[in-house]
Design a binder for this molecule. Structure first.
Ligand code: HAS
Length: 568
């Protein structure tokens, strides 16, 4: 009895339904607003790049299209800000919100969360500084492949982003562990389960890019070593790079599985099926990265075959998601009075921007998923790899499924952070619909341009090797870019309008603090899954990394700046 009295009381928090606790508002708000700063810097670069690659636009405007001082700077700013900073800051902020609310407890060490935030913020500042100050050398794109070597500040900024995210990862693990100790035998709420999967995968995957940056790129940039090895660096990058895309996607899945069904007027069809999908993503998202390296001579055909096979397996949890969310939306449409196929489409809550954004995300993911599966086949990939087909694919996945879901989240989360109602639901709905139209046109025309031979990542409009057909499709992608530009303006109208809004907060966040359906215990036995991930990585990546080492010449390649000039 006495021992029981000596136990510390559980750290439980009661959250207001339409408001936020001060600590929560500050922390989540800081992350979301900094993510929005990265978004603002990066997003407008997108349409201007599309204009810059379209012959009709370049000829009409005589090349005076504002896309920074030079095209590769704009592509780098766009990629780094959108794919690395906006996503990571948004994911960390959203994950803090969901974890604290679902577990009804504060993070185990709030000051550390602020340290993590400060690191990521300094990382962002360093990147913005170097990308605007040392344009020639820092325009190495978001993949920063050597032998291009950026200024040290570029890599230090990225290291800070990653280290900051690691602190957030461990804070979340410890908070979840503390909850588990107080709730023995209970299943974690599905949203937290998804976040734990995401953070486990992110931590394991980002170890490889940390090695690449700390031991291969930063030392060359600082002049500590003279040479580096592009093939090994690319291998390490893609060990990290493919799980990176699922790191972006899983928070969207958290929203689709745990929030959208209720927001749409129904319920989730199957909680255990969702957990199995999350576990499959944990297992199979890392041992597939060689599908980005099909054209690389330094990777064996056996490894390419193994990773191709596993790539088709990693699509299975997304097919399961299509089924699970499709069934949940069917339930919602029936609750909303729908019947049959057309009811399924038209009896969704299209006039609610929170729901419409996510429906648009799902529709775009259908296109993005199919194009991903097409290019996962090594033979087809050889033809498509360096063409604009690939940006066509990833704009419908990252720019479609992920970005639109994040905007859907923003439409309820931003009002909560600000304590003010969303400026306009109508503007939000039109933002979602224009994004759908713009992205469909952009994705389709980029894909067609790629099939007609338009390379990716190239300032093409007036190049002599651009065929007329490819030029025509690139003009089409600029029209898609124009519609996306309108959509971005609508997004900012709503963000700025909400800052000055006088309306009351309307959206209550959909957070579940308990699991409603039991699921097999093994699904939450993390030691088992981490063990399997390690074994799979050893089998799939071990030989690729060993082969990547050049034991004869060592680091055998000279570093170059993006302009092609050797470093002094
Ligand atoms: Fe990918 C390259 C293959 C998913 C992002 N991918 C990229 C790059 C990025 C990226 C950024 O195999 C370029 C990297 C670079 O710069 O070089 N990708 C796949 C496959 C999948 C896939 C097989 N990718 C993603 C996701 C991304 C993403 C997700 C971001 C979030 N990808 C590749 C390959 C390459 C590649 C090659 C290398 C290309 C090269 O050569 O460089 C799969 O996981 C996709 C599975 C998805 C599905 C779709 C499920 C559909 C759902 C919607 C349901 C709809 C409903 C209808 C219910 C099977 C869940 C709703 C109804 C209403 C009424 C609304």
């Amino acid at each position: 009895m006495q021992a029981a009295q000596a136990q510390p009381a559980p750290a439980r928090l009661a959250f207001p339904s339409l408001d936020m606790l001060r600590s929560e508002r500050n922390l989540v708000g800081a992350h979301i607003f900094t993510a929005l700063i990265a978004l603002t810097i990066g997003i407008f670069m997108g349409p201007f790049q599309a204009f810059h690659r379209a012959p009709a636009f370049v000829n009409t405007f005589l090349g005076n299209i504002p896309v920074f001082s030079y095209y590769y700077q704009a592509v780098t700013v766009h990629g780094v800000m959108m794919a690395l900073f906006f996503t990571t800051l948004f994911i960390v902020g959203f994950s803090y919100f969901v974890t604290q609310r679902s577990l009804q407890r504060p993070l185990v060490a709030m000051p550390l969360a602020w340290v993590a935030y400060a690191l990521m913020l300094v990382g962002l500042v360093l990147l913005v500084f170097t990308l605007s100050n040392d344009v020639q050398r820092s325009s190495v794109l978001y993949t920063f492949y050597p032998p291009m070597i950026a200024p040290a500040m570029f890599y230090i900024g990225l290291v800070l982003l990653i280290v900051g995210s690691w602190i957030a990862v461990f804070l979340t693990f410890f908070t979840y562990n503390a909850w588990r100790k107080e709730h023995p035998g209970e299943r974690a709420p599905l949203a937290v389960f998804g976040i734990i999967v995401n953070y486990l995968m992110w931590f394991i995957a980002s170890l490889a890019v940390a090695v690449e940056v700390l031991f291969m790129l930063l030392p060359v940039s600082l002049g500590l070593i003279k040479n580096t090895d592009p093939q090994l660096a690319r291998i390490l990058f893609w060990f990290f790079g493919h799980p990176l895309v699922y790191f972006w996607l899983i928070p969207a899945y958290v929203s689709w599985y745990t929030m959208l069904p209720k927001q749409a007027g129904g319920r989730l069809y199957s909680d255990p099926l969702a957990r199995v999908a999350f576990i499959m993503l944990l297992l199979f998202s890392i041992p597939v990265g060689v599908h980005h390296l099909y054209v690389d001579p330094g990777v064996s055909n056996v490894a390419k075959a193994v990773h191709a096979f596993l790539t088709f397996i990693v699509a299975v949890p997304s097919f399961m998601t299509a089924f699970n969310i499709g069934a949940s939306l069917e339930i919602a449409s029936r609750n909303n009075g729908g019947k049959g196929f057309w009811g399924f489409i038209f009896k969704q809550r299209w006039n609610d921007p929170v729901v419409a954004s996510q429906l648009v995300a799902l529709l775009l993911f259908l296109a993005g998923g199919i194009t991903g599966l097409m290019q996962a086949s090594a033979q087809i990939n050889i033809t498509l790899h360096n063409t604009s087909w690939v940006p066509g694919h990833f704009h419908t996945t990252l720019g479609g499924a992920v970005a639109m879901t994040y905007f859907g989240i923003l439409y309820w989360l931003l009002p909560m952070i600000l304590g003010k109602g969303l400026f306009s639901k109508k503007v939000g709905m039109w933002q979602a619909l224009t994004w759908l139209v713009g992205m469909v046109i952009f994705g389709f025309t980029m894909g067609e341009a790629g099939l007609s031979g338009a390379p990716r990542r190239a300032d093409l409009a007036n190049s002599p090797y651009l065929s007329e057909t490819a030029g025509m499709w690139l003009n089409g992608s600029a029209i898609g870019g124009m519609i996306l530009f309108v959509s971005v303006v609508l997004l900012f109208v709503n963000i700025i309008g909400t800052i000055f809004s006088k309306k009351p907060v309307e959206y209550e966040p959909v957070i579940s603090t308990r699991t409603e359906v039991d699921s097999p215990k093994i699904l939450e036995n993390w030691k088992v899954w981490i063990g399997i991930v390690i074994v799979l990585c050893l089998i799939a990546w071990g030989p690729v990394i060993v082969q990547g080492f050049d034991t004869v010449n060592g680091f055998n390649s000279a570093p170059f700046t993006p302009s092609g000039a050797p470093l002094p």
